[in-house]
Design a protein around this ligand. Structure first.
Ligand code: FES
Ligand code: FES
Length: 211
């Protein structure tokens, strides 16, 4: 009889055990559901934000007189757009941190460090790079003066120096060697061609040619 009882009761105890286990499982799941939504939402928002960084956006601008329309990720700098997407590699990447001036281009006539501005911020703007300075085969007067005065050695800083020099003269900041040095101080030359750069700029300024 006890065996019978046991047999009779065993399934019952087992059922109870299973029911209890199921209940615990369910309540844990419910607890998890109740607790995780904010985390899940946060994670989803985070993923969305990350995805937004990589989602390309259309942007149109004029580069060296040509209208272009491109799709770029919002995190892409103007410098990287020029070099990596448009193959305009004349603009150099030195520090990529706004400290050397190698990436200088003109935006709506003003010189800027293209490593410090996003491509998507250039909507509708006019960009000039070193490739757009010459008039066909005819070099720009500042380009000619740099060659004449040996304003470079390795040449890596030269596109940025020339873009800055043109702006320096246009801005009216090339009145003396001291002023030129001051207003060209954002452009670093590791080779130390500074004296010759100043001579080149001075000659163009004094020559009175339109730059
Ligand atoms: S690369 Fe932009 S300032 Fe150096
Ligand atoms: S010419 Fe070499 S860095 Fe200026």
């Amino acid at each position: 009889m006890p065996q019978e009882n046991d047999q009779q009761h065993y399934p019952h105890r087992k059922e109870k055990h299973e029911a209890r286990r199921d209940f615990l499982k369910q309540s844990s799941a419910m607890m998890a559901l109740a607790l995780t939504p904010p985390l899940v939402i946060k994670a989803a928002q985070h993923d969305e934000a990350i995805a937004g960084i990589f989602e390309k956006m259309p942007v149109s601008m004029e580069i060296n007189g040509k209208k272009i329309e491109v799709s770029v990720e919002p995190r892409v700098t103007l410098l990287d757009l020029l070099r990596e997407q448009l193959n305009l590699t004349g603009t150099k990447k030195g520090c990529d941190h706004g400290q050397c001036g190698a990436c200088t281009v003109h935006v709506n006539g003003h010189r800027i460090n293209s490593c410090l501005t996003l491509a998507v911020m250039q909507e509708g703007k006019k960009i000039t790079t070193i490739e757009g300075l010459a008039n066909g085969e005819q070099l720009h007067p500042v380009q000619e003066a740099f060659i004449k005065h040996d304003g470079f050695q390795c040449g890596y800083c030269t596109p940025g120096q020339i873009m800055s020099a043109v702006a320096c003269i246009r801005e009216g900041h090339a009145g003396s060697p001291e002023e030129i040095r001051e207003f060209m101080s954002g452009n670093i030359c590791r080779c130390g061609a500074y004296d010759n750069i100043v001579h080149a700029i001075t000659e163009v300024k004094q020559g009175g040619k339109t730059v």
